[in-house]
Design a protein around this ligand. Structure first.
Ligand SMILES: [Zn+2]
Length: 323
């Protein structure tokens, strides 16, 4: 009997590299993760990704799978034809310019496709996740950064120079907060994890509220998004205010996108969706309040369904797009 065809996917995240083997129905047959160690810089990370590629090929051989191709999702804009990182990547020193595709093809002797991580996630959610079957999808992931991907008729829309879908850098305030991209007022400057915890810190610096006193054990430096959700569950007014504002900011940014593209589905994922269910409906109402009635009439706003697997499942799907 011939080996079962599968694809391999690698998702390079800010904290962990997640990877796995997936079959053509989107079933995850094997999954693992390793720390990214982004602070060590580009060369050690490239070695890690190459080793993971070999690890996946070995795993597949042991389980009688035939790996058809490898897909990789990475932060930063990527030249999809070559697999080279062409956009800045603030979390990984020296990553811009990295020829991920060429390095892996040489080492693994396999077809390799590389794209932006949020594009990969959007593709996975469209094929097998929260937006399955939707003809036009905008996917936004809100975590360490704010990323986005656009899928039209089953294909990622990459734009003239592979830079489409950068939802995190849509301006929502022309004279607003400084963004790490060098501009001001970008959505990411208000909604990334550090921006959200930064806004909480501004509000509690004069004195901790009772809920934050308890969840932070008196130390503001213990603040994380998870602690913010804990305080929200205790009905803390500061937690409530910051999360309400976050929904408004995301709703403003997404209303502009909805007016521009009139998508069938907006998928929202990332760490910000790990709290209560209130945030999704607050973002949805804000979009519907601000965008054209005709643009939201057929719109669904949904929570991402594939969690941590989305990035490597979508990376694997990149090869299918090329068939
Ligand atoms: Zn920006």
């Amino acid at each position: 009997m011939s080996d079962k065809p599968v694809y391999a996917g690698i998702d390079i995240g800010a904290t962990n590299v997640k990877f796995g083997l997936v079959d053509h129905d989107g079933r995850v047959l094997h999954r693992e993760q390793r720390p990214t160690l982004a602070h060590k810089g580009a060369t050690p990370l490239m070695h890690l990704v190459s080793n993971i590629g070999e690890r996946l090929l070995l795993q597949a051989a042991e389980e009688d799978y035939e790996v058809k191709w490898l897909g990789v999702g990475t932060p930063g804009a990527v030249d999809f034809s070559s697999g080279q990182v062409i956009g800045p990547c603030p979390n990984i020193d020296g990553w811009k310019g990295m020829e991920i595709g060429a390095n892996l093809r040489e080492r693994l002797n396999l077809p390799v496709w590389v794209d932006n991580d949020a594009n990969a996630m959007a593709l996975a959610e469209t094929r097998f996740g929260a937006a399955t079957g939707a003809p036009s999808v905008v996917c936004v992931t809100v975590g360490t950064g704010v990323g986005g991907g656009i899928v039209l008729d089953g294909k990622v829309y990459r734009g003239a120079n592979y830079s489409a879908g950068e939802l995190g850098h849509v301006p929502i305030n022309f004279e607003g907060r400084k963004c790490r991209c060098g501009s001001v007022g970008c959505l990411e400057a208000y909604c990334s994890s550090s921006a959200i915890t930064g806004r909480v810190k501004e509000l509690i610096q004069k004195g901790l509220t009772p809920a934050f006193e308890e969840v932070l054990e008196g130390a503001v430096e213990n603040l994380t998004i998870k602690k913010l959700f804990q305080a929200e569950k205790m009905d803390d007014p500061v937690a409530r205010q910051v999360l309400d504002e976050t929904a408004v900011y995301l709703g403003i940014g997404l209303a502009g996108i909805v007016n521009l593209l009139n998508p069938h589905t907006v998928v929202i994922g990332g760490g910000i969706m790990e709290g209560g269910g209130g945030l999704l409906s607050a973002i949805s109402s804000e979009i519907k309040k601000r965008a054209f009635g005709s643009a939201v009439e057929k719109l669904s706003v949904v929570k991402a369904a594939l969690g941590n697997d989305a990035g490597f499942i979508g990376a694997g799907l990149l090869g299918e797009e090329k068939q």
